[in-house]
Design a protein around this ligand. Structure first.
Ligand SMILES: [Zn+2]
Length: 281
């Protein structure tokens, strides 16, 4: 059995503040250990359930947060920034070349627009007010699940704060195994478990989640993704690569080829980010 892990940082044990999320911030190095510990627990659970190959995709910011020296030796690590040329779906990549049996979402978070959501955003918080998939607001987790689903890979496990666990079950189904490693108290405070306690829960849940797999997410066709940007100049930059502008700040992508639609979405976001004057952020 092969398991694909998408790892983000906002939902890792202990993480509650933007300092935890950025190199140079207070306790960022500690947050990297907490994140790596959560991932290792998921890897250990997967191994206990019979996994033979596990790929971890570091999907946060620079995408170089997971501590390789501390990562479980059974895992392989996908790291490096999400240029459309090397990580075509942003947090995910290489799915067409590698087939997996199940996916885990470790350390993920609520979507842009979730009221009071802990560190909530969708992919690029400075650009995106909301992303909708098939007309419904979608988190990074649902977007990733749609990509995995296209390749026949079901999401088995999701971990993060309790607000995220509620939202991701809402988006992906009440039968999804979740582990709340902390309780969200608004946008930047938590009551968190300690790493050993959180890891024990993740280890057990990861193993259990693989013993009876859920169905992959099928969003149907045509696939339609709508991006609401914060400002019209952001939309204008993104639209230079295609998409259909709607209203003043929305750009939509639609088609029957799901990977092609998602490739376009990520390329558009990367394009809008590339030329964003920093003084306007
Ligand atoms: Zn992140």
């Amino acid at each position: 059995m092969r398991v694909y892990i998408s790892a983000d940082m906002e939902g890792a044990t202990g993480v509650c503040h933007r300092d935890h999320l950025m190199a140079g911030g207070q306790d960022y190095e500690a947050a990297r250990r907490w994140l790596t510990g959560d991932i290792n627990a998921a890897v250990e659970g997967a191994l206990a359930a019979g996994a033979t190959d596990i790929v971890v995709a570091d999907g946060h910011a620079t995408m170089r947060n997971v501590l390789l020296d501390q990562l479980h030796e059974a895992a392989r690590l996908l790291q490096g920034p999400a240029q459309p040329s090397n990580r075509e779906f942003g947090q995910l990549a290489a799915l067409e070349h590698d087939r997996f049996d199940a996916a885990f979402l470790i350390g993920h978070h609520t979507r842009a627009g979730t009221e009071g959501g802990l560190l909530a955003h969708t992919w690029v918080g400075s650009l995106v007010r909301e992303i909708r998939l098939q007309g419904e607001p979608a988190s990074e987790s649902r977007l990733n699940a749609a990509i995995w689903g296209h390749f026949g890979i079901p999401v088995a496990l999701a971990t993060g704060a309790d607000d995220y666990c509620r939202e991701v079950r809402d988006e992906l189904g009440a039968d999804l195994t979740v582990v709340a490693v902390k309780q969200a108290l608004g946008t930047s405070a938590v009551i968190t478990l300690t790493p050993p306690r959180a890891q024990a829960l993740i280890r057990e849940a990861a193993a259990a989640s693989l013993r009876s797999l859920r169905a992959p997410l099928d969003v149907g066709t045509p696939v339609r993704v709508e991006i609401d940007f914060w400002r019209d100049d952001m939309r204008a930059r993104a639209a230079t690569l295609g998409g259909e502008p709607i209203g003043r700040t929305t750009l939509t992508f639609e088609g029957d080829d799901l990977p092609a639609v998602f490739r376009s979405v990520w390329a558009a976001l990367a394009q809008a980010l590339r030329d964003d004057p920093s003084f306007l952020r």
